[in-house]
Write a protein that binds this ligand. Structure first.
Ligand code: UTP
Length: 297
């Protein structure tokens, strides 16, 4: 069985929920404290055993390429100033993995973005990671949990979690038969169903391990919701030919693709980090005290 060594990270979307910030800057480059969101995702991939990252990019995404490239001028300046720790920090970023960039010329959907990477993937299983879902689990990285299931069954695996019924319209929803603890055999999938139409509350959360058969399935799948080529629809096509599994991912999850989720992630990370936790705790306590006083007035 071929190993999962490549991960596709589609970053060609417009990021309309973060305009005007995303007018010329990719949403994936927005920082959580001092690290761009995309770096957390790449680090999860690398600690899951991935050695090659394929970014599917679009216009205004140059900042992502620059972030994972060498920065000779900056490195020289840091070296001269004796800022060795910072120098090592930025060098590490460029050495995390092999980076490949393919361009999606038209934003025709997530499925279309993945199809754009076909020539780089070839005939091997690969991961797909969405840039707005952060999954934090130091012991067992989110993607590694899926790769472990792939190693056992040799078929595609979708990362899922339970969501509140009223939120099904935001996700691809999976209905499956539980075969062992937190692993399901997928029967049916649907993209962003209204709560009353959702077949379950098991939602796909931006992590996939796919067999290369998905490319043929994508080519045979008609454009769906929003006039886009939907990965979930192509997975239903694939499902007719080979079994697909889903696995509930264990870890703390942050949906940074919307404003509230992004703010929550920053607060959470700032509370965890040694250099910011004291400040953040005091800030929250102080704000809570003031709010309390206001309520009692
Ligand atoms: P989203 O649905 O989150 O779209 O795409 P978006 O453009 O990034 O953000 P909003 O909704 O406008 O705020 C899910 C993922 O698929 C990628 C996006 O970059 C994002 O990571 N994507 C989507 C592509 O790469 N190409 C597409 O044609 C569509």
């Amino acid at each position: 069985m071929k190993e999962v060594k490549k991960a596709v990270i589609p970053v060609a979307g417009f990021g309309t929920r973060f305009l005007p910030a995303t007018k010329a800057t990719p949403k994936e480059m927005m920082p959580i404290v001092d690290k761009p969101i995309i770096q957390y995702i790449v680090e999860e991939a690398v600690s899951s055993g991935i050695d090659t990252i394929i970014f599917v990019t679009g216009r205004h995404k140059r900042a992502i390429e620059d972030h994972f490239d060498y920065a000779p001028d900056l490195e020289h300046t840091l070296e001269k100033a004796g800022k060795i720790e910072l120098l090592e920090l930025i060098r590490e970023v460029s050495n995390l993995a092999n980076f490949v960039y393919v361009r999606q010329k038209e934003q025709l959907g997530l499925g279309h973005a993945i199809l754009t990477a076909e020539h780089v993937i070839g005939d091997e299983p690969f991961a797909v990671m969405l840039g707005d879902e952060l999954i934090i689990n130091q012991e067992e990285p989110g993607l590694k949990q899926l790769i472990d299931v792939y190693k056992k069954f040799g078929k595609s695996v979708l990362g899922t979690t339970e969501v509140p019924k009223e939120e099904t319209y935001k996700y691809g929803i999976v209905e499956g038969s539980l075969i062992e603890d937190s692993i399901r055999l997928v029967n049916y999938m649907v993209e962003k169903p209204a709560p009353e139409e959702a077949p379950s509350t098991s939602a796909i959360i931006g992590r996939y391990v796919l067999t290369p058969k998905i490319f043929d399935a994508l080519k045979r799948t008609p454009f769906g919701k929003g006039g886009e080529l939907q990965l979930t629809d192509a997975l239903m096509t694939l499902r007719q030919e080979e079994v697909i599994y889903s696995k509930d991912i264990v870890g703390k999850r942050h949906d940074t693709g919307n404003k509230i989720g992004y703010i929550k992630a920053i607060v959470d990370f700032a509370l965890e980090r040694e250099d910011t936790s004291e400040f953040m705790k005091n800030l929250i306590l102080e704000k809570a005290k003031k709010l309390n006083e206001k309520v009692q007035d």
